[in-house]
Design a protein around this ligand. Structure first.
Ligand code: DLZ
Length: 143
């Protein structure tokens, strides 16, 4: 299988840890390093277009979007989360392709760290497992 991973450059300490979690999980389940294609985008808002550009190439069994949006004092949080959630949902339907929501939406940086290799595990691992499961389901039902 071949996987695309789109990574947001905001809060890179967290997004890099999530990417490493996803990458290690793909490798553990037998994906070749060359079949994990990463592309970076400036922020989580850009994850949707980044994933769409990968989907358009028709080279992937699934795509993961990795980002972290931390609750702040402005409404940015709500707008970005709403937009990326809806955008990724739409891509799943538009391309009939698993596009996985690997976006953390914590209240604090500590909550993000806890989910990026901390006490609550690594949500990047979970995103990769979801990608593998959905890609396998798609193959099974299409063949
Ligand atoms: C502008 C912004 C803010 C305030 N916060 C975050 C964040 O917590 N996480 C994130 O991934 N991106 C953030 N951004 C950037 C937006 O996602 C986007 O890159 C810009 O609004 C430009 O479209």
């Amino acid at each position: 299988m071949r996987f695309g991973v789109v990574v947001s450059e905001w809060n890179t300490e967290i997004t890099e840890a999530l990417f490493e979690g996803a990458r290690n999980t793909f490798l553990k389940f037998g994906t070749a390093e060359a079949d994990i294609i990463r592309r970076d985008v400036p922020g989580s808002f850009e994850l949707t277009l980044g994933a769409q550009l990968l989907a358009e190439t028709e080279q992937f069994d699934a795509i993961i979007c990795i980002g972290v949006v931390i609750q702040g004092e402005t409404k940015h949080f709500d707008f970005i989360c709403e937009a990326v959630g809806q955008g990724i949902t739409n891509l799943n339907i538009k391309y009939n392709l698993p596009v996985i929501f690997g976006v953390l939406t914590p209240n604090t940086m500590q909550q993000a760290l806890d989910r990026a290799g901390g006490v609550h595990g690594n949500k990047g691992d979970e995103a990769a497992i979801t990608a593998i499961k959905m890609a396998a389901l798609k193959r099974e039902l299409e063949n």
